[in-house]
Design a protein around this ligand. Structure first.
Ligand code: PLP
Length: 230
């Protein structure tokens, strides 16, 4: 069995295991295979293996991959987007996980010819190095984004702090879920906000325990391009 197949089986096993343990359905969870570090060939192999939700974080790399991979994937943009790059990607993606400022929403409004499904990125941990709306600003951000009808807030996204402290990571995920629940309860037409994009290779199990609907898994699933990792 190839390393890729082994990783796929391990991830599937772990996700099924946590779902069984906490009483969630496997079908509630979308695995976004983060292919940002690997070739289009590897990304194609992921699609063939049934992981057809792919995540990229650089406009150029996304567009390059899409030239090779003609069809069959749902594309998630998970990285910081400079406003001047919005026009290049906005019609190439299915989900934007990283709406982190009002000026980006405004640019989407200007460039998009249809409603774009977006996650608002929240800087729950408060680390200065992280982008995202602060929890304190979130409610007013969601209210203001109603002015831009090309932006539909389908959910919230966060990045866990860079730490070994799993309980701290859990508390961040739990906070995001509580923020999501608060917005979803308002039943806003522009912000149904039912989804939670959180959890990466090291913490996706905790994220699923805390309610993630989208886990973004790179290295643990897709691997790295170099060496014996194929
Ligand atoms: C790279 C990246 C991931 C995947 O990270 P891994 O640790 O390789 O699983 C997930 N989300 C975002 C926003 C990323 O940039």
């Amino acid at each position: 069995m190839s390393n890729l197949q082994q990783r796929i089986e391990k991830i599937e096993y772990d996700i099924q295991d946590v779902c069984t343990r906490i009483g969630r359905e496997r079908s509630e969870i979308t695995v976004v295979a983060v292919t940002k570090e690997v070739s289009a060939a590897r990304a194609s192999a992921m699609i063939d293996a049934g992981f057809d939700h792919l995540g990229e974080n650089r406009p150029e790399v996304l567009l390059d991959k899409q030239e090779t991979i003609q069809s069959g994937a749902t594309w998630h943009f998970i990285g910081n987007v400079q406003s001047r790059k919005v026009k290049d990607i906005i019609h190439q993606i299915d989900y934007l996980h990283s709406v982190d400022r009002m000026s980006l929403a405004k640019e989407i409004q200007k460039r998009a010819d249809h409603v774009i499904d977006c996650f608002v990125q929240v800087n729950v941990s408060g680390e200065e190095s992280k982008s995202g709306v602060t929890p304190a600003e979130l409610n007013s951000f969601i209210e203001q984004v109603a002015a831009y009808d090309k932006v539909r807030v389908v959910g919230l996204m966060t990045m866990a702090p860079f730490t070994e402290d799993m309980e701290l990571i859990r508390s961040v995920f739990r906070s995001l879920r509580e923020l999501r629940d608060g917005i979803a309860a308002k039943e806003l037409s522009h912000a149904p906000c039912t989804q939670l994009s959180m959890g990466m290779s090291n913490d996706f199990i905790i994220a699923i325990e805390e309610g993630a609907t989208h886990v973004r898994i790179g290295t643990a699933l897709v691997g790295a391009e170099s060496g014996e990792d194929a």
